[in-house]
Ligand binder design. Sequence first.
Ligand code: ADE
Length: 247
Amino acid sequence: MQFDILTIFPEFFESSLKTSLLAKALAQKKLSVHLHNIRDFTEDKHHSVDDIPYGGGAGMVLKPDPVIRAIESIPKLKKSRSILLTPKGALLNQQKIVDLAQWDQLILVCGRYEGIDDRVRELAIDEEISIGDYILNGGEAAAVVLLDALVRLIPGVLGNEASAAFDSFSHGLLEYPQYTRPPEFRGLEVPKVLLSGHHKNIEAWRRQEMLKATYERRPDLLQKAVLTEEDETFLKELQKEKKEGRQ
Ligand code: ADE
C-alpha cells in the first residue's frame, strides 16, 4: 500500500515512521510513504503557502495552486484515492479503515491554518475524513492516525494474535480487560478464571466482559454488534441488574 502525504510540515511524520509497526512495514516494503512538501510547489519569491481569506475573518487559508500542483505531480496508481483531512469530513471508524485498506494508493492532503481554499476539494479530492469532533492544528496528526490504523490491516504486518484482536473489534464490541503477571498487584487479583487453564470458561468470561464494557461505556455500539442468543440473554440480565441497582 502506498501513501502520498501532502503537508507543509513533513518533519511531523519522522518519529512515527521510524517507530514500531510503521517502521517494520516500511522496512518490509509492505508499505511506502512519500512525503510531499506543499511549499516545494509554490512559485512566488517568498514560497508562501497561505493567504488571507476573501470576505475577511481571522487566520490564513492554504492557497489552491501549490496544493493542486503537488497533487498533480504524484504518479497515480490504478486504485488511487485522494483524501482531505478536515474536521468537516465523515467521522473515521474501523469500518472506514477496512474500506480504505482496499486501495493501492491513498493521497492524504493535510489542511492547516483556518482551512484550505475550497477549490482544492472541488478539483482534486475524492473524500473528506475527520478523526473526531475536535479541532486539530492541522491534518497531520489525523494522517498519522489513518496510517497507524491502516498498517494493521496490511497482510503480513501483524502477527496472528493481533489480527485476532482486530477481529473482535470488527464484531463491534469493546475489548475484555487484559492482565499479565504478577497474579496479585497492590492487593488487586487477576480474575481466577484466567488462571484456571479452562479455555471454554475463559472464552465465556471474555465474551461477557466485552458485552459488559460495551453496555456500560458505548451502548450505541450494541445496535450494530453481531450478537448471539446467549449474548442477548446476558445483556438482559445486565439491564435488570442495573435497574434493580437504581431502585
Ligand atoms: N484537521 C483539523 N481538525 C481535524 C480533525 N478533527 N480531523 C481531521 N483533520 C483535522
